[in-house]
Design a protein around this ligand. Structure first.
Ligand code: HMG
Ligand code: MG
Length: 337
């Protein structure tokens, strides 16, 4: 043993307790274990993902007012409607009226879902500047949701991408069923990374990973994220969690630990996918923002304005909010506290 090694060995009895007493070890470990982004871009999907599953048609002025209220909260990106077939999703049939009706705030992107060229052309007629194409990691879900195979969907998306590029329209991508499918059960991480990479390669500036039916657990999210990040850089990924088992916040934090800094959420926890029967709402935007601010993660969103938007839409729908933060806020207000 060298003399240096011998001295270290003798000192261990004093140095190690010192490090623990002054929390140096736990701070170092925590610093390495939890490196969250300092800022998160919240993508509000309530007006689209949140409302698409409502059985009663939500009047266009209500949708417009919801989007206007959300705009005032400081959100920079609001997925406002979908240019999909009204036979498949009747709730989104007023897509053009919604886009024409909203008061566009500078600095806010009002995007829309499009499945094909027909949807893109319709979106372009009303000046949509950003669209989202949506694929899946499950063959059966792809068939049920957009009536074609994964390969066929990618071909359609190439066409959408080409015309979008020619017209300076930004394109975001979604991969649904990233951990589980309502028809096929567990989904392998490799199936997700393949579709995510294909969307990136064709030109999506960002790909949102959708836990469509909210079955993700920390373990399955970690396995999926590890695989996807082998093929897609983290700067081009977003996370989109539904909250069926109350795991959406945890799964979002897991994604943030991997460095993902774009999170989709839906005001009031509205939502569900009509072709994913078990899916409940998305992660509630109010709960997400409340948690992020508590972690000192900046969002630029004013929680009070957001809560007001959640109260408004839930009152219009005649139901209780699914946001815990929204609920707490309302009961404080009604008790006069
Ligand atoms: P299809 O029936 O195979 O389409 O549907 P088609 O090309 O054979 O056309 C049939 C009819 O639809 C024709 O009309 C077309 O003109 C019309 P007809 O001649 O019978 O009168 N059509 C359209 N109309 C308006 N806009 C369009 C459009 N395209 C065709 N864009 C299609 C294929 C993709 C259109 C259909 O399956 C569809 O609209 N699917 C959308 C399903 C959907 O919106 N699902 C929910 C969103 S995905 C989601 O929520 C997941 C996500 O949140 C992430 C996650 O949570 O994982 C994004
Ligand atoms: Mg969704």
């Amino acid at each position: 043993m060298t003399s240096l090694a011998r001295s270290c060995f003798k000192l261990r009895g004093r140095v190690i307790p010192y490090l623990f007493r002054h929390r140096l070890v736990s701070n170092i470990v925590r610093g390495y274990a939890t490196k969250y982004p300092s800022e998160v871009r919240v993508v509000e999907v309530g007006p689209r993902d949140g409302l698409q599953n409502e059985s009663q048609f939500v009047p266009t002025p209500v949708k417009v007012e919801l989007i206007n209220m959300l705009s005032r909260s400081g959100l920079r990106q609001i997925e406002s409607t979908a240019f999909v077939s009204p036979k498949w999703i009747p709730q989104m049939a007023d897509n053009q009226q919604v886009m024409r009706g909203i008061t566009k705030r500078p600095g806010v992107t009002y995007s829309a879902l499009v499945p094909n060229l027909k949807g893109l052309h319709s979106a372009m007629e009303v000046g949509v500047q950003e669209v989202a194409i949506f694929g899946a990691a499950s063959e059966t879900f792809s068939q049920k949701n957009i009536n074609c195979s994964i390969q066929e969907s990618l071909k359609r998306f190439e066409e959408v991408m080409k015309v979008s590029k020619e017209n300076n329209i930004k394109v975001r991508g979604y991969v649904s069923c990233v951990v589980g499918c309502p028809y096929e059960g567990d989904i392998t991480p490799g199936a997700v990374s393949e579709v995510a990479k294909a969307l990136c390669d064709m030109g999506c500036y960002e790909v949102s990973l959708g836990d469509t039916i909210g079955v993700g657990k920390r373990r399955t999210m970690v396995a999926m994220l590890e695989e996807v990040m082998r093929l897609v850089p983290v700067e081009r990924l977003a996370i989109h969690c539904h909250d069926t088992y109350g795991q959406a916040l945890v799964n979002t934090v897991t994604a943030m630990e991997f460095g993902i800094s774009v999170v989709d959420a839906s005001v009031g926890g509205l939502g569900g996918c009509p072709y994913a029967l078990n899916a409940t709402g998305n992660l509630a935007t109010e709960d997400l923002v409340f948690m992020l601010h508590g972690m000192d993660v900046n969002t630029g969103v004013d929680l009070n304005h957001l809560v007001d938007a959640g109260v408004y839409i839930n009152q219009c729908l005649g139901r209780k909010t699914k946001s815990r933060v929204g609920e707490a806020h309302m009961s404080r207000q009604s008790s006069g506290a």
